[in-house]
Design a protein around this ligand. Structure first.
Ligand code: MG
Length: 297
């Protein structure tokens, strides 16, 4: 397998430094590499910036007016969404004690001033690559390779957390369990490549029918699970019916090929996720039993 190198050319870097000359030098170097540079002059501004923007890397000065760099780094690292954000200290305080303090605050690297611009560039590049690789691994760990939907484990984990959330805020939640009809015959008659094409196609048709807040995963071979937060049974039925119709009317570009899908819908009651899953599954079973290409609830 050939792995594509990461495209780092549009990386965004936040530089936090109170020294205008430093900012200018970094600006010149990074712009040449195609990186976007955002600059702020103190820690307070850096934290405010991070409230509405997620950069790919932070270069952080230690001595600044107001909160010092170590404290800024600690506060950044306290937030779970920034756990993978690389922070590099860029500082004139090159003594060993400071270096250790920087790493303890959560930094990934520490570059003492004066530094060689080439070295800085290469170190930044290394950490940008590592971050990209980390994010890609995290994405792959929750994704089904064929359909691009969430995988079984992630969608079931999500169901648990969404149920907890819905119960805490007294909101409804609906679940749709879907299964492609006669999928084995599709594979047998048209071959597994076409079978895969149908799986991918159905996955993207399901996604088309969903809102941004809804979650969809590949539950099993040709089985899909859709979580609809803040949605009562009636809304769930509408979505399921829309999916069924979209799949039925789809053109697969293969002579003689048609696909259909059956679904079971259940609204969350005072029950565990596995009880809810099994109710949706029972309804799916009814849909199959009653002739397929239909939604039961
Ligand atoms: Mg300074």
């Amino acid at each position: 397998m050939k792995v594509q190198p990461f495209d780092l050319s549009n990386s965004r870097i936040l530089v936090v430094d109170d020294n205008q000359d430093n900012l200018l030098v970094l600006q010149t170097v990074f712009k040449r590499l195609g990186w976007k540079i955002d600059q702020v002059g103190d820690g307070e501004q850096a934290l405010q910036y991070l409230n509405h923007m997620v950069p790919d890397l932070v270069l952080l000065d230690v001595m600044m007016p107001g909160i010092d760099g170590y404290e800024v780094c600690r506060r950044i690292k306290k937030q779970p969404e920034f756990s993978e954000l690389p922070v590099i200290f860029l500082t004139a305080m090159g003594e060993m004690g400071h270096l250790v303090k920087g790493f303890e605050a959560g930094a990934v690297d520490y570059i003492p001033k004066p530094f060689s611009l080439k070295e800085l560039e290469l170190r930044v590049l290394t950490h940008l690559k590592l971050r990209r690789a980390m994010l890609e691994m995290q994405r792959m760990a929750v994704t089904d390779g064929l359909t691009g939907l969430f995988n079984h484990r992630f969608i079931v984990d999500s169901l648990n957390s969404r149920i907890e959330e819905a119960q805490r805020y007294a909101q409804p939640l609906s679940l749709i369990m879907l299964d492609i009809d006669y999928f084995k015959s599709i594979n047998d008659s048209f071959g597994h490549q076409t079978g895969d094409l149908v799986l991918e196609g159905v996955a993207s048709k399901i996604k088309e029918c969903l809102r941004k807040v809804d979650l969809c995963g590949r539950y099993g071979g040709e089985e899909f699970l859709v979580i609809l937060p803040n949605t009562a049974l009636e809304g769930g039925l509408q979505v399921a019916e829309k999916i069924r119709e979209t799949v039925q009317t789809a053109n697969w570009g293969v002579q003689g090929l048609q696909a259909a899908i059956s679904g079971g819908v259940a609204q969350m009651g005072k029950e565990t996720s596995s009880e809810l899953l099994s109710r949706a599954d029972q309804q799916l079973y009814h849909a199959k039993d009653q002739g397929r290409n239909r939604i039961c609830f």
